[in-house]
Design a protein around this ligand. Sequence first.
Ligand code: GAR
Length: 196
Amino acid sequence: MFNFGVMASGAGSNFEALLKQIQKKRLQAACCFLIVNNKNCGAAQIAQKNKIPVYHISALTHPNPKEYEEAFLTVIEQYPIDFLVLAGYMKKVSSLLLERLKNRILNIHPSLLPDFGGKGFYGLRVHEAVLKAHRSWTGATVHLVNSKYDEGRILGQSMVPVFKNDTAEVLAERVLKSEHKLYWKTLRDYASSLGY
Ligand code: GAR
């Protein structure tokens, strides 16, 4: 049994998939909070529906950079979390947070890293690049977060075929489905490797 917090920016389907696995008792864990950088995103609504506290931290709520960084610590210090899970979080994680939660922050990325990762590779752009490179396989990667975009230790990957007539949108949907299966299992296995 372990506790985690989530950070998200978008629709929140990965976040919701994790909550579903907890409800089904496949993932022996509790989600303590959600941090979003956009208070109207789908992920925030999913948290509200599930009675999970939501915190909005952005350059709008915290225009001062130092206060912005500290706001994350103020939230995480209120909860006994073992992991911080990035589920479609599109902002850079502050160095204060990285130091505090070393090897405890996980991210999911919609490609087979190290391919199609790094600055500028997010959302549909990743799938557009995969199609442009005529790859027959793509996939999803769960990795630890460090100070470089998408470069932390890889914890798990799933492979997804690319079909001839795929558009970036169709491919994104197929990869997203595989993310929902990959994330909770990788989180469970990583936690278990650390003795949880
Ligand atoms: C997911 O495909 C995730 O891998 C991607 O954003 C999507 C979020 O979807 N993340 C990145 O591109 C991070 N570089 P969701 O909000 O429905 O979980």
